[in-house]
Design a binder for this molecule. Sequence first.
Ligand code: FAD
Ligand code: UDP
Length: 372
Amino acid sequence: MKNYDYLIVGAGLWGSVFAHEATKRGKKCLVIDRRTHTGGNIYCEDVEGINVHKYGAHIFHTNDKEIWDYVNSFVEFNRYTNSPVANYYGELYNLPFNMNTFYQLWKVKTPEEAKAKIAEQVKEAGITNPKNLEEQAISLVGTDIYEKLIKSYTEKQWGRPATELPAFIIKRLPVRFTFDNNYFNDRYQGIPNGGYNKLTEGLLQGVETRLGVDFFKDREALSALADTIVYTGPIDEYFGYAHGQLEYRSLRFENQLLDQENYQGNAVVNYTDSETKFTRIIEHKHFEFGTQPKTVVTHEYPQEWVKGAEPYYPVNNDKNTAIFNQYKALAQQESQVIFGGRLAEYRYYDMHQVIGSALKKVKVHFEGVLQD
Ligand code: FAD
Ligand code: UDP
């Protein structure tokens, strides 16, 4: 007899949803995390009453009512709408790319004028079948926007030429011909009232957790505790990098507590020029319409991932996809291990997609629903 039905490695969103659902079904779970807190990358730290998104700005958005109801069953969400501003050498532009941006750039006032301007630039660039991020971006919004708002931001963020990055990354951003600065097209959007820790606490209520525990430091003993392992860490690390290292993008966050009420008037300001070394400044209080007398701002500096650093973003190019597929084949042979989440699936998942992935796995695992 083992002590637990499931040992869940990683107290991030994927692991927490799985733990919640398994516990609900009467299973005994132990959740471990090598960090000293739960929540993974959605964790918030309270600084002077402000919820600081410790691992980068997180805005919840989804089109799926079931997922929206699911998260709201743990904590109510506010009406925050993400509307970042781009700063290009001191000029300000609205994001995502919409009529406000087109007016600011070209003084065009109607959708027809904006479309004509973009069409003219796309034609001049001669791209018919976009094969990488640069070609995709130019074919969506033309060369002016690409040069001022996309190229340098992207190359800082990913540390690679935009011609070597997959096109799907830029398709995350809407392009619309209305005066609408909402960064997302989804029906539902917001921030949990009181911060993301409320969501994690709700999910992990009644679940045993041990923090500051690295699975790989005590792999055998920990594995012996449970019938099944649920692994949400980096997949290459699980297999001892047998097929080589996957590439990740990491970040360095520089936090400042400022003795002023309002620093930049917006939660997110992107710096899209090449000279500024950070990609964005986050002013956390604006996610929750904070009225505290002070403010906390974070400068976000992208950097290449090295062993020991936090692997924030998978780099889903052809090279890494080929390596990942080899790990995926190994994972399929591990009958007593379930793999899931941004790191184990090596996918650029947003939170709603992580929840969707975990709930799908729960259905396959507990209810025998066939995986597609
Ligand atoms: P994680 O949150 O990474 O959790 C994995 C956990 O496993 C970690 O806590 C880690 O410490 C632990 N772990 C790993 N290995 C081990 C080990 N060997 N032993 C013990 N523990 C281990 N999504 C949105 O929807 N909206 C946003 O605005 C948004 N912004 C983002 C901004 C940034 C900068 C980043 C990096 C991500 C953002 N995301 C956003 C994505 C979101 O963070 C993820 O989709 C989600 O949090 C991933 O959950 P996860 O459980 O898969 O992984
Ligand atoms: N992007 C850009 N300029 C911006 C914002 C985003 O070129 O001002 C590009 C960049 O390549 C980025 C991608 O769009 O990696 C996706 O942006 P998103 O805001 O979704 O990135 P995340 O919040 O996940 O870092």
